[in-house]
Design a protein around this ligand. Structure first.
Ligand SMILES: [Mn+2]
Length: 331
């Protein structure tokens, strides 16, 4: 996939000051692909100024960093909290193609060109500053880290062991431990692992202790859930103030084919949805597409996982979401 675009893509960055960033509260894929991409670019473009910044890290990312740092105490993650934007010629945004999720672009008109490397549904927003011909947006990849691992091959740069751990960790996490992966995912994993790394050595870094507040949130979501049945498909709708992603996927584990969690905070709201792979395969359901068609909200995602955020009219958005899901399930 990258080969056709690779040369133009890489040539564009030559001699420029680069900044890499990702969506707010970086998840493991956003964080690890950013760290790895910086290393790749530093080696491919020696003597160039390449910076990396994050606007907050998710809880899971922080806990991963702790475990990773015990294993590789000398590894330097090497990113900045603040970047002087006047020094930057081009920004690379990994793991998102929605500027509403990227803090750097909030509330300021940046006139720095930017390019996306992402595996979510292409929202095709035609942002003025986006050099869209160079975007690498391919939603047949299970993670951005997988795409970055191919860039290492394209640039002929070897992955040192700690970077192998980073990429494998993110690929396993974003692919739901291959549940959402494909043969390409397995090929890429194999080419990263080779004989240098045993996949069982990576898994302990990804163990996630669930704290009591998350357990209670999941239980509350189950207590409050409403069931809608469409033919033989079951949709569960519940509401919670936090842990909505965790709770939505719990709904799909107890028997719902689709789980929806509504979270409201004053006038802001968020609706998180998850669907079992089977529903998507059999009915063609794509939650990310459906959500990107809902009026007056921001959102997007994958076929089986998508989120929207909006203001004021939560009922209207929820009704639109459910109606569109019903339409897909009935047809
Ligand atoms: Mn991702």
């Amino acid at each position: 996939m990258l080969n056709s675009k690779k040369e133009v893509f890489l040539n564009f960055f030559k001699g420029k000051n680069l900044l890499i960033t990702t969506h707010d509260l970086a998840d493991l894929d956003g964080f690890n692909s950013g760290i790895a991409l910086k290393y790749c670019f530093e080696n491919y473009f020696p003597n160039q100024n390449i910076q990396l910044t994050f606007s907050g890290l998710s809880k899971h990312t922080k806990s991963f960093i702790n475990k990773f740092s015990t294993k590789f105490p000398n590894f330097n993650f090497n990113y900045q909290e603040h970047v002087e934007l006047s020094d930057i010629d081009v920004i690379v945004i990994v793991d998102s193609n929605n500027l509403n999720q990227v803090k750097l672009f909030n509330n300021i008109d940046l006139d720095i060109p930017f390019i996306f490397i992402d595996h979510h549904l292409n929202l095709q927003k035609n942002y003025p500053g986006n050099v869209s011909s160079l975007n690498l947006i391919f939603d047949n990849y299970s993670s951005t880290s997988e795409m970055v691992s191919e860039l290492f091959d394209d640039c002929n740069i070897k992955l040192p062991l700690p970077y192998k751990y980073l990429l494998v960790s993110a690929i396993l996490t974003d692919s739901g431990f291959l549940k959402y992966g494909n043969t390409g995912t397995i090929k890429n994993l194999n080419s990263i692992l080779q004989d240098h790394l045993e996949i069982q050595d990576v898994l302990p870094l990804l163990e996630r202790e669930i704290d009591i507040s998350e357990k209670i949130a999941r239980i509350k979501a189950l207590q409050r859930v409403k069931l809608i049945r469409i033919n033989n498909w079951l949709i569960g709708i519940s509401h919670l103030s936090s842990f909505s992603a965790s709770a939505a996927s719990i709904l799909t584990k107890v028997g719902f084919d689709i789980g929806i969690i509504v979270s409201e905070d004053k006038s802001d709201y968020r609706i998180t949805s998850r669907a079992k792979k089977q529903v998507c395969l059999i009915t063609g359901l794509h939650l990310g597409k459906i959500i990107s068609e809902i009026d007056n909200v921001n959102g997007g995602g994958h076929d089986g996982a998508a989120t929207l955020t909006g203001k004021n009219d939560v009922e209207e958005s929820l009704n639109q979401l459910i109606d569109k899901i019903k339409e897909t399930l009935i047809n």
